[in-house]
Design a protein around this ligand. Structure first.
Ligand code: GTQ
Ligand code: FE2
Length: 363
């Protein structure tokens, strides 16, 4: 926070000037510090939430807190200890676990903050996006773009937990949050093996609908990215001898709009990383913040030099300009979501290599 510095005592005219300035709701820049810092002054701290604890607390909420009609979500939001009690994982990103019990339905609504889901385990939930039923199974990425209607249905007999990410803090900072509840009616025909979005845009690599192209929406028209496709792509990179992934032991993909290669949502970038033991990805930092969801494997995520042991289901906040390196015990699959498209669009994306890309050694 800017602070007012001491000015020389006994100068009555100057004192009066400062009083008059304050009285008119003005502040003299020459008395302010902490605004234009040499590097970002980041309030959020690097932090890890345990998957085991998230699962346990979600289950207990499932038993004790029923979902009411009217837009309720059984969601535990990640509240970064550096953010003064705000329910935000970083300055720009909302992260949460959502728990939907057997037979439950979370009713329809829409909002301007964009959302996505990454399923950590289980299957058998359908999220309807503008009425299109998208099946959610472990490892799948499901998009709920800005202002699309969505509701979640669990017609099966087992509860399902997934990771939610939204650009809510960013949209809130821009004073652009709008919300509208649905009419309370539950959609019929709420399941399908393959969504309409996948039937049109998920036919296969490079296969897009022909004919006149409609005006492109600001988000990917493909709303579900299946784990089988993600997994095959990562494995393909690692088994192709000429690839960078094979050389470094670090495969990674960016989930993209199939029609133009852009990020899946205008504000959010999604990636999947597979690190092998002894990989050579360097320690790096960049502007903008990231949330990591650990999908498979164990290892260590080192954030600003502090080691965090990670296991499946763990969620990790990586605030802006935090140095990061990953050490894998075996193949370690990490899903990440970041605000990078925003930083890039505004010319604010910066990255820096913090140390040499020596092979990572697990202590
Ligand atoms: O599933 O619609 O974690 O509206 C936060 C807000 C999930 C949802 C969240 C939401 C949702
Ligand atoms: Fe929502």
């Amino acid at each position: 926070m800017p602070t007012r510095r001491f000015n020389a005592p006994g100068d009555a005219a100057l004192d009066t000037l400062y009083e008059d300035i304050a009285h008119k709701d003005l502040q003299p820049l020459w008395e302010l510090s902490g605004l234009l810092t040499p590097t970002p002054s980041v309030k959020a701290v690097p932090y890890r939430w345990s998957g085991k604890e998230l699962r346990d607390l979600g289950e207990r909420a499932g038993e004790l807190v029923p979902i009411d009609r009217g837009g309720d979500r059984r969601v535990l939001s990640l509240s970064n200890p550096g953010l003064d009690g705000a329910p935000y994982a970083t300055a720009t990103l909302w992260g949460a676990v959502q728990y939907l019990g057997a037979g439950e339905t979370a009713p329809a609504h829409r909002h301007t903050p964009a959302a996505l889901r990454f399923v950590l385990e289980g299957e058998g939930v359908w999220t309807l996006v503008d009425g299109d039923p998208l099946h959610m199974a472990a490892g799948d990425l499901i998009l709920t773009p800005s202002w699309t209607w969505h509701e979640h249905h669990n017609p099966g007999d087992t509860p399902v937990t997934w990771f939610d990410a939204l650009d809510l803090p960013l949209v809130e900072a821009l004073d652009a949050v709008f919300f509208e509840p649905g009419d309370g009616r539950t959609a019929q025909g709420a399941t399908a093996e393959r969504s309409a979005s996948e039937r049109q845009f998920g036919g296969g690599p490079g296969l897009l609908p022909g004919g006149a192209s409609a005006p492109a929406p600001a988000h990917s028209p493909l709303l579900r990215y299946r784990w089988a496709d993600t997994d095959r792509t990562l494995a393909g990179q690692l088994t192709e001898p000429s690839s960078e992934a094979a050389r470094t032991g670090h495969a990674h993909i960016r989930f993209a709009d199939p029609t133009n290669g852009r990020d899946v949502l205008p504000t959010l970038r999604c990636e999947m990383h597979r690190y092998l033991p002894g990989h050579t990805a360097p320690e790096q930092r960049h502007t903008g913040s990231v949330l990591i969801a650990v999908f498979h494997g164990t290892g260590v995520v080192v954030l600003d030099g502090v080691r965090h042991d990670v296991a499946p289901g763990d969620l990790i906040a990586v605030p802006s300009w935090t140095s990061q390196r990953v050490l894998a015990d075996g193949p370690l699959d990490l899903f990440t979501v970041s605000d990078t498209p925003v930083l890039e669009a505004l010319g604010l994306y910066r990255t820096e290599q913090v140390s040499d890309p020596i092979p990572a050694q697990n202590a």
